[in-house]
Design a protein around this ligand. Structure first.
Ligand SMILES: [Zn+2]
Length: 213
């Protein structure tokens, strides 16, 4: 069941997953629908460009070698898990990446389904690469960081907000490029909760697939 769902989601166009990802921002409903494809395209370009820069700066280097060269530290902690939301990792300035190790003991479920991508030892590299985006993005002027959505205006005053999930899209694209993955890593956020809440997650993913496909 979970194995079939994984294959089905893997076969979706990446942009559909990025639209889902964009919806995680509280301000999503305020984005004019006609602007969504362009916003996603610009976030994807940010992720790809930054990955290309890193590859140019560290040709042929492994993730571990890049971390070492940049003195980025990786530690493990139990971060919160809920049925709908999980955090795979976190980045703290100036150079600290934390990976959620709550999953470490939950591999049996995905092992049984033959989903090696979802085993902790495999996806933790992806989560590290994602957080590494935030590290490399920090000094850069990126579209995903500067974009502001206008919510309302009063006279000359314009109330604006950033759209955090744009940066998350760029980070997932960055991780995919850097590690040359054959799946869009936001799928981890969608699938990993299944290890804790198998029935709920399978039901939710089945419905979600029908809705977006
Ligand atoms: Zn992130």
């Amino acid at each position: 069941m979970i194995g079939e769902l994984w294959q089905a989601f893997k076969g979706l166009p990446e942009e559909k997953l990025q639209q889902l990802q964009l919806q995680e921002s509280a301000s999503f409903k305020k984005i004019p629908p006609a602007e969504i494809p362009e916003l996603i395209a610009k976030a994807v370009a940010d992720g790809k460009n930054l990955a290309a820069n890193v590859e140019q700066k560290f040709p042929g280097c492994s993730l571990a070698e890049i971390l070492k060269a940049q003195q980025v530290k990786v530690s493990f902690a139990e971060l919160p898990i809920s049925e709908k939301f999980i955090s795979l990792g976190a980045f703290e300035l100036p150079n600290q990446i934390t990976i959620n190790q709550s999953f470490q003991t939950k591999d049996a479920y995905f092992k049984k389904a033959g989903l090696s991508e979802l085993l902790f030892e495999n996806w933790q590299q992806v989560a590290i690469a994602h957080e590494l985006f935030h590290f490399f993005a920090e000094p850069e002027e990126l579209f995903v960081k500067s974009y502001r959505l206008s919510l309302w205006s009063l006279g000359f005053y314009q109330h604006q907000t950033s759209v955090g999930s744009l940066e998350e899209i760029a980070a997932m694209v960055f991780a995919k490029e850097l590690l040359q993955l054959d799946y869009y890593p936001y799928l981890l956020n969608l699938f990993l909760p299944a290890a804790f809440y198998p029935k709920e997650a399978e039901g939710r993913l089945t419905k979600l697939f029908k809705r977006i496909n």
